[in-house]
Write a protein that binds this ligand. Structure first.
Ligand code: SF4
Ligand code: SF4
Length: 68
């Protein structure tokens, strides 16, 4: 199973702002509910997390710099 961002549907108001920023088409509205389609193409760009005005998307992927 591909790792994907997490959407908190209690926060999401289905504004759809996140859909056009997703480069892999993983975000769609299904019956007016934002839905993530699992895809290996998710580039973990986290644009969806950044654009969401309600902080409803959490991108699990953080860039961590290893100690030198
Ligand atoms: S992290 Fe990027 S590619 Fe993945 S679902 Fe969000 S916007 Fe789409
Ligand atoms: S931008 Fe945020 S509030 Fe709007 S549809 Fe996407 S997850 Fe929901």
């Amino acid at each position: 199973m591909a790792e994907m961002p997490y959407i908190d549907l209690d926060k999401c108001d289905s504004c759809a702002l996140c859909i056009p920023v997703c480069r892999c088409g993983a975000l769609v509205l299904v019956n007016n509910v934002i839905t993530l389609i699992e895809t290996e193409k998710c580039g973990w760009c986290c644009e969806c997390e950044e654009i969401c005005p309600l902080s409803a998307i959490t991108c699990a992927f953080e860039i961590v710099f290893a100690d030198e």
